[in-house]
Ligand binder design. Sequence first.
Ligand SMILES: Nc1ncnc2c1ncn2[C@@H]1O[C@H](COP(=O)(O)OP(=O)(O)OP(=O)(O)O)[C@@H](O)[C@H]1O
Ligand SMILES: [Mg+2]
Length: 463
Amino acid sequence: MDIAEVLKLADELLFTHTGEHLDHLQETILKGTLQGQKYAKIASENNLSEGHVRDTASELWQALSHVLGEDVNKLNARNILEKIIISNSGSIGDFVSGNKVSICSTQKRSPKSSPLSKPTENNTYLDIDTAPEITGFYGRTDELNTLKTWLVQDCPRIITLVGIIGVGKTTLAIKLIEQIQTQFEYIVYRSLRYCPTIDDFLTDLLQSFISPIIPGTLDRKVNVLLKFLRKHRCLIIIDDLQMLFQQGQFAGQYQAEFEEYYLLFKQIAELPHASSLLLITNEQLEDAIVTRHKFIYSLKLVGLGESAKQILRDKELSDEQMWDTLIEKYQSHPLWLEMTATMIQELFAGKVTEFLAYPSLILSNAITSQLSRLWIRLSESEKQVMNYLAKQEDAVTLSQILQEISHPPTELLKAIQSLKRRCLLEDTSNFVAANHRENHQSALLKINPIFKYYLSSLPLLPT
Ligand SMILES: Nc1ncnc2c1ncn2[C@@H]1O[C@H](COP(=O)(O)OP(=O)(O)OP(=O)(O)O)[C@@H](O)[C@H]1O
Ligand SMILES: [Mg+2]
């Protein structure tokens, strides 16, 4: 047996999967093991404690087991590695980076020789098991094309996908995965729904597709991830980012215990690599990373437009001539339309005309409880602005808001900015600019009509 060849194989296997070479101690342990030495001897020859050698060895065997998809330990390491060399008589480099990786039977992974190499369709490592299944998908051609163009041509390091609750952000991202996967070596989807600590989040991410050896400290974990993002073209989709943000404060501000996520995203935005992070959120990030870096893109998602008709068709509603009106009232928001269509089915036997005969909008309980969840996240000054706007017939100017609400102007301006980041305000300033050139600078603001209805239909405006 050529010990150097075995060491080289182990090193390349580890490096390809973890971005980390065998360190000196790991190499010493592996060498000693191949020569039949006991841990005690390896320890004494290297002035180390036997416990330390044992722990390091155990991590090494775990890593090799993970990479090879079979149990590797002190007793069988030599046999297993030798067998691989014999059965893959080509060069070790070919084995590690090429097609013969199928030996890693339990791991659906496919290391590439070059970080920017374009994998074939079957060759992408997908970890999207926790993503919700899409049952129907309509429209969104422009949005998909935009995202694909960005990801393929511009390689942004971070994309934020922002939109009001239920507008179809997750659905769009999942559809995107179907259409973009040949461009990436690794695609991973994670939701932050249950607010994992950054440590748990990184541990899970590293274990999933990088390495079973999880470094002990946070910055080592971040380093391993960053190295991997540099070496391989990855798309990491992080959903429900708003769960990390503070409630009762302006939009997009991290809770103190989640500040490290901000640092991680900042590093990912600043370091050169060809991987992308897709951050999905109801609240645009407040921090500077959104505006400061040219490698950060943002897409704001609104309703489905004309394609929303397909949702009404699926729900077998009648009176098709009234569908445009229904869609407009609910802003072609897919979830609100689905919920409303269900109500029309249950109460009006699917007859849209009868439903629309009611003078005001009807919000199903499901929509109301969604809006209540949004409402409790607002800060006090945002609530004041929303309450004021809910009582206005038409869109109002910024200066009108500042004059008519008795609150410090700077606070009000921040509140308006924050409400826009939550997609709760519609800004019609372009319209004003085009039609009243003399009034070029007056931004006209309007509350989201469904939210307006929600607020004005409550007996007492909530605080
Ligand atoms: N393009 C689409 N075509 C058809 N239905 C859609 C589409 N997008 C969304 N929907 C419907 O709307 C529902 C809500 O979509 P989704 O969960 O993607 O919204 P979201 O913006 O991620 O919501 P949240 O903010 O709660 O995470 C989906 O379950 C689906 O039924
Ligand atoms: Mg979602």
